[in-house]
Design a protein around this ligand. Structure first.
Ligand SMILES: [Zn+2]
Length: 555
């Protein structure tokens, strides 16, 4: 976020108008002062000072958003030979930063790493440059020079840099454009902590297009961050965050990008775009950075307009089949540009129900995914545990798949699928990503894995449970032809209690609900009997029903 110098008219005691140049809000009394807290042994976080009004001040078009705003989070890594700082807030915060630093270590600051050039994160460089070495991405230095910002870093890197001091290593990574074109992610590998700069804040993403931002690249930057080994994240602004929070922000950004691409492609007038992004269901309509986000809206609109049309998740979600006498059935559940699911055929046998992993929607007509063959079957007996790498293309309502065993020189096989339910395309904008994306591929089958049955209203229902480690997925079907197969996912098993979801992807939801209808199953295992209660998601307080299942059936 940026807080440029602003000019304010102040009424003096004599009643005359005095022109005052206010360099930043820090010169007025903050609502709460700067504070330092311990993150882990040898690592501290300095937050604040906290001020009222939006990042661009109380004046101007945006006014007071009613929230407290703070300068960028500063990380202080203490080593036996001196200190490494990540970011240094505004220039007029430096004296107070040094005061906070001295409260945890008497040693000098040897290095400052910048997450990006904005003055609420790197304004202090103008002072620190006289005493320490400042290291930043090459584009950060270029942004300093172009914006005539004092204190440009003298040491730059392009992909990765390491500072080693007192036996402690601190790494800086550049994963691509996001908030700006110079965002570094700082990794403290021994402590498993990262500093994300403004790639993640307590608020929503803000794109600074004048300094090379990209909402599209930002998603892959977050994927690369999630590949790092960490359990605590220091954001650009705000309190410490978890890995899970970064994962959910990534998903929300994908959703927002899809909405913006949609609006831009439909040429929705720019003054209507903010309202139509539906930020309230992302929890982003009133954050510390929503006002700043709004300032970058037209750049965001232009970026998404120039994107090739993305194949929306919706046309893929649901059940597909090859048809014919021994049909192969696929159930896909997509969220954003990722999907999971199940491949089966026959679908009433545990050894022919397989997980669809790492599904990706690549563009308007192409998808890729893996099918993980991890139990008996002719190809499993021939090849052992293996995955098929599958590429698919969608045209005229048909999904053409080409599958090849990963890393093996076996000819590709091809399949042609059509949707089982024609004419209904689910709205997947609120569908959470399936745990099928993350299940452990090496976990062995549980003894309760297999076919369980119960009496349905019309026919016997077969519940094929795949139980690996503490995860459950599978299908429920009865009859088990492609039209009757429903996906089970996101399940857990602790040895006694089972909990999983049944996804009615091809069924229109009730008028009160958008998206995919799910039932939540909760049951207990006792010998060969499982007793379940089920409720509809979103209506958990309303009565659902009870089910008693028997199994696993030995074929
Ligand atoms: Zn920023």
């Amino acid at each position: 976020m940026m807080r440029p110098a602003r000019i304010a008219l102040v009424v003096g005691t004599t009643g005359a108008l005095i022109l005052a140049v206010v360099l930043s809000a820090q010169q007025v009394r903050p609502a709460a002062p700067m504070q330092i807290e311990k993150v882990k042994d040898g690592l501290y976080l300095i937050r604040g000072p906290f001020n009222r009004c939006a990042p661009n001040g109380c004046g101007g078009a945006f006014g007071d958003d009613g929230l407290l705003h703070e300068a960028g989070d500063v990380a202080v890594r203490v080593t036996s030979e001196g200190l490494i700082l990540v970011d240094d807030k505004y220039q007029d915060n430096v004296a107070e930063i040094l005061e906070k630093v001295r409260s945890v270590s008497p040693l000098p600051v040897k290095y400052v790493l910048n997450t990006h050039h904005h003055t609420d994160h790197a304004g202090g460089d103008a002072t620190f440059i006289t005493t320490t070495e400042i290291i930043a991405h090459r584009n950060v230095r270029e942004n300093f020079l172009r914006n005539k910002q004092p204190g440009a870093p003298r040491v730059t890197f392009t992909d990765q840099a390491s500072v080693v001091l007192g036996g402690v290593e601190v790494r800086a990574y550049y994963f691509g454009r996001g908030h700006t074109n110079g965002d570094a992610v700082i990794h403290f590998p021994d402590l498993r902590v990262i500093h994300t700069g403004d790639l993640i804040t307590e608020g929503m993403p803000v794109m600074d297009y004048r300094n090379g931002a990209s909402a599209v690249e930002w998603v892959s930057v977050l994927d690369k961050i999630l590949d790092l080994d960490f359990d605590v994240a220091i954001p650009g602004h705000g309190p410490l965050l978890t890995r899970e929070r970064i994962r959910s922000d990534r998903q929300k950004l994908v959703t927002m990008n899809q909405r913006m691409a949609d609006l831009a492609r439909k040429n929705v007038p720019i003054d209507q775009v903010f309202g139509q992004l539906r930020l309230e269901d992302l929890g982003w309509n009133h954050t510390v950075s929503t006002v700043a986000f709004r300032g970058g809206l037209s750049g965001y609109y232009e970026e998404m307009k120039s994107q090739p049309p993305v194949f929306a998740a919706d046309p893929l979600s649901g059940t597909w089949t090859t048809g014919g006498p021994s049909p192969q059935t696929f159930v896909f559940k997509a969220s954003g540009d990722r999907f999971g699911g199940i491949a089966c055929g026959p679908c009433d046998r545990a050894e022919s129900v397989f997980r669809v992993e790492d599904g990706r929607i690549l563009d308007a007509t192409h998808v890729s995914f893996f099918v993980s063959y991890d139990t008996a079957g002719p190809r499993f007996r021939e090849l052992g545990r293996y995955r098929d790498r599958v590429v698919g293309s969608l045209a005229d309502g048909q999904l053409a798949l080409s599958a090849q065993p990963e890393g093996r020189n076996v000819p590709a096989s091809t399949l042609r699928l059509t949707r089982v339910v024609h004419g209904f395309v689910p709205d997947t904008s609120n569908v959470p990503p399936s745990s099928l994306l993350t299940a452990d591929p090496a976990a062995a089958p549980s003894p309760i894995e297999g076919r369980w049955v119960f009496a349905g209203r019309v026919a016997q229902q077969n519940v094929i449970l795949k139980v690996r480690g503490q995860k459950i997925w599978g299908v429920i079907c009865g009859p088990c032809d492609p039209g009757g197969v429903t996906l089970i996912d996101d399940g857990s098993f602790d040895g006694t209690t089972l909990r999983f979801y049944i996804n009615h992807i091809d069924t229109p939801p009730s008028p009160a609900q958008r998206g995919v209808r799910r039932n939540i199953m909760t049951g207990t295992l006792s010998g060969n009997v499982m007793r379940f209660t089920w409720v509809r998601e979103g209506a958990e307080t309303e009565p659902g029903g009870d089910i008693v299942m028997f199994g696993p059936i030995r074929e």
